[in-house]
Design a protein around this ligand. Sequence first.
Ligand SMILES: Cc1c2[nH]c(c1CCC(=O)O)Cc1[nH]c(c(CCC(=O)O)c1C)Cc1[nH]c(c(CCC(=O)O)c1C)Cc1[nH]c(c(C)c1CCC(=O)O)C2
Length: 349
Amino acid sequence: MNQSFPSLKNDLLLRALKGEEVERPPVWMMRQAGRYLPQYMKLRKKYSFFERVETPELACEITLQPIDELEPDAAIIFSDILTIPQALGIDVDLVPGKGPVMGNPIRNVDDAFAILAEDVPEKLQHVMDAITLTRNELNGRVPLIGFGGAPWTLFCYMVQGEGSRNFDKAKAFLTQHPDASRHVMKELTKATIDYLKAQVDAGAQVIQLFDSWAGILSPDDFNEWSLPYLIEITKAIKEVPVILFAKGAWYGLERMSFKSGASALGLDWTISPEFGREKTRNNITLQGNFDPTHLLGPIQDIEMKTKRMIDRFGTQRYIANLGHGILPNVPVDHARAFIDTVKNYEGKK
Ligand SMILES: Cc1c2[nH]c(c1CCC(=O)O)Cc1[nH]c(c(CCC(=O)O)c1C)Cc1[nH]c(c(CCC(=O)O)c1C)Cc1[nH]c(c(C)c1CCC(=O)O)C2
């Protein structure tokens, strides 16, 4: 499926991912298309969340909003990690003020064994259409990132049935029903590989895997219930670079950098640049890790903290980003200050 797309004008992100020399680090923001942008809020009033996700023209328009407004060095397709649970038969609703709610979560062993990864890319064709359209509309301005959720994080929502601080039901399910849990993880892994490969065929130039809830697992549980599946998925995506973001899994950095085959690791703000570099022995590109709440402070502080972050990570093998998604109450000017500071970075003073 070799489609021809407009040629890429800004390849900073791809070069940083390959470990090649760059004039300055590339920058983008997790959740850069979202509620802090007035143009997003306008569309949010007219269409429901899944209408926006499932209509390629809307998903494309929303993906391009931050590119037009802030000019980061990458676009990330507007979609959600919960498309995979949907394709596996879980009903997902996004309740304003509450977050995702599943109508038929996994409650027992029978529910778990009923999960089967069949025809996933076909069921999510709208995501592929959105990617192809967006890649064309970007016209080579910046690369397009596709994404998916890690099996453990998807399992959290599918078993818990809603967002949670500690996903206690999902964690308990692992110890109560290990065989059924392993079955679900395997099906999620297969579904995710098929899905991400289809995103690459549709035009995604980089893939990011979000393990947002890795950090609630003990190191041993992470090694058993998350890492093997992250590695399997990352190794299966050979055509484009993969960024692994296992939030909170500081204890897994070493293994992820040496065993996963990822091109970069995402760090959250609880990890210092020095700790990240030491654990990965300067061997891999790191992405992160500005504390999203710091974007609520004065612009001068944002500039100072962003410069310090780059001083500490270094300009090479580094992708400037937040340590998690941008918050809805961040003023657009503050997000712009973050991005512009990276773009104007002139070295350690
Ligand atoms: C755990 C998770 C989800 N979705 C995602 C994750 C992993 C990343 C992370 O940890 O933040 C990933 C995601 N979700 C969304 C994107 C779009 C691309 C981007 O701009 O980064 C991405 C990459 C859009 C979205 N996905 C969602 C919104 C908000 C929808 C709205 O209110 O308009 C957006 C822009 C909804 C969503 N979707 C999810 C939750 C918990 C919520 C509700 C919380 C919230 O409102 O922020 C599940």
